[in-house]
Design a protein around this ligand. Structure first.
Ligand SMILES: [Ca+2]
Length: 482
């Protein structure tokens, strides 16, 4: 039998599209050789989804196993000064594993809010000399080294555990274009282009230390790339043959290769789960027209992109290597959600989850073990404007007339006159072009009822009903009709 406590490394790319991984996209203009090797050595999930089409909510569900729309954040994302989103006392993947003897670490882009010490009521009037509160080390991580939010969001400081590594002495004016970042305070040790290499070094240091002390570990590595600012280092500039975004994806690929090599070097590869995924689809900041001109499509055959309710918003690459348990070259077309991490970890490590935890998380272990069976009853997604969709098997019902995000038809005037819901048959129409809600009223009714139940019960898995954390919002308009 495999060891009961495998190490777990969860690498989360930021805004990397399904089609940016070459083993998932035969026509990819980017050759991600290390990710392709990871897939060949493990499991490729071709129907994997973030619970949301944007950063903060996706991260919430990854760490808590609870749909993001049950939190107080009903639409949009957090920014660098926003307060902690994960509720105090809530079980996270990190707290669960730490209670079972794991050393837990988060290196990278947090983007779930924390509470800065402020000098006044102004959230941006931060006293950087004082510790943060309710950050990663308050929700189960023994160690944190990283940044508050996206790499284009101020303040630009590294935080280690609960302290900044250097107090900002000045501000940056920001940048435009692919290298976009907002103006704001910046620490003397902070260089945007060096953030990914810097964080990668911290991840490798952590692996080295665990190899020496022999403790099982959980490393959650939400990297800030290939999100803006798109800043590939000199080694990768021009290397992909696409554009700077493609070059940055190659750098992401290289980072995964370096992690895999470190595990090999320490003899840890067989007993370590190495997972790679992305928090949402590719962003228009990648410049789709430039990429299309060289035949590359980050959303592959899927409609839309980051922020959308369409598949391009939330269908993501998910590769899992675990030589002790997962057969090399496995492929699954079962629907899974990134919110499944917590239940999957509980299934592997053992131990019960509290009733008020992992409300929407389902173990993926049957799929990892090679069984071709559905693990999820249905899966709910959200777009950036808080619109919901529910997917069950071939059917996907979207509770909005358009994208709910940034691709056409956008919320507002572009949606005038369109039906309020969209039903797509993903087996016949993976590109979500033919709304068949009118032809399949029973599917519309059943899925609406199921989604309504998921909202009302505060969970979508078996167990006692739970309270949702926030109030109602207009994304729930359909509940009034049923
Ligand atoms: Ca993102």
């Amino acid at each position: 039998m495999p060891a009961e406590r495998p190490n777990i490394i969860y690498v989360l790319a930021d805004d990397m599209g399904y089609g940016d991984v070459s083993c998932l996209n035969p026509d990819s203009g980017i050759r991600t050789e290390h990710l392709d090797q990871l897939a060949a050595a493990g499991l490729t999930c071709r129907d994997a989804h973030a619970s949301s089409a944007v950063c903060t909510p996706s991260r919430y569900s990854i760490l808590t196993g609870r749909y993001n729309w049950r939190s107080t954040l009903k639409r949009g994302v957090n920014f660098g000064y926003d307060r902690a989103l994960i509720e105090a006392g809530r079980t996270t993947v990190a707290s669960f594993l730490r209670e079972r003897g794991y050393t837990t670490a988060c290196v990278g882009k947090w983007h779930l809010g924390w509470n800065w010490a402020t000098r006044s009521d102004d959230a941006e009037d931060v006293d950087f000399s004082r510790p943060i509160a309710d950050g990663p080390t308050a929700v189960g991580f023994d160690y944190f080294h990283g940044i508050a939010a996206s790499l284009d969001m101020a303040p630009y400081v590294y935080v280690e555990n609960d302290r900044v590594t250097a107090v900002p002495q000045g501000t940056t004016p920001g940048r435009e274009g692919k290298e976009f970042w907002r103006p704001g305070p910046i620490g003397p040790d902070f260089d945007h282009a060096d953030v990914l290499p810097h964080l990668t070094g911290k991840v490798l240091d952590f692996i080295d230390a665990r190899a020496a002390d022999g403790q099982p570990f959980f490393m959650y590595f939400p990297m800030p790339a290939p999100h803006t600012p798109i800043l590939p280092t000199a080694e990768f500039q021009g290397k992909s043959g696409t554009n700077a975004y493609g070059d940055f994806c190659l750098q992401v690929d290289d980072v995964v290769g370096r992690i895999a090599a470190a595990l090999e070097r320490h003899g840890l590869a067989d007993n370590t789960i190495l997972a790679f995924t992305s928090d949402n689809g590719c962003s228009p900041m990648a410049d789709f027209a430039e990429l299309a001109a060289v035949g590359h499509h980050p959303s592959y055959v899927f409609r839309g992109h980051k922020a959308d309710i369409y598949e391009g918003g939330h269908r993501v690459p998910l590769l899992v290597r675990w030589p002790d348990r997962i057969r090399p070259g496995s492929v699954s077309d079962q629907t899974v959600c990134l919110a499944d991490l917590l239940a999957t970890c509980a299934d592997i490590v053992g131990g019960d989850l509290p009733a008020g935890a992992a409300e929407d998380s389902v173990s993926n272990l049957p799929i990892w073990d090679g069984r071709d069976e559905a693990v999820r009853e249905a899966t709910v997604h959200t777009s950036i404007d808080g619109s919901l969709s529910i997917r069950r098997g071939r059917w996907k019902l979207e509770m909005c007339p358009g994208s709910g995000g940034w691709s056409p038809p956008k919320p507002g005037p572009e949606c005038e006159g369109l039906p309020p819901m969209q039903l797509y048959d993903l087996e016949a129409d993976v590109g979500e072009r033919r709304n068949v809600a009118g032809q399949h009223p029973s599917e519309v009714q059943e899925l609406t009822a199921l989604l309504t139940r998921y909202v009302r019960e505060g969970r979508s898995t078996p167990g006692p009903a739970q309270e949702n954390s926030g109030g109602s919002w207009d994304g729930l308009w359909f509940m009034e009709t049923g």
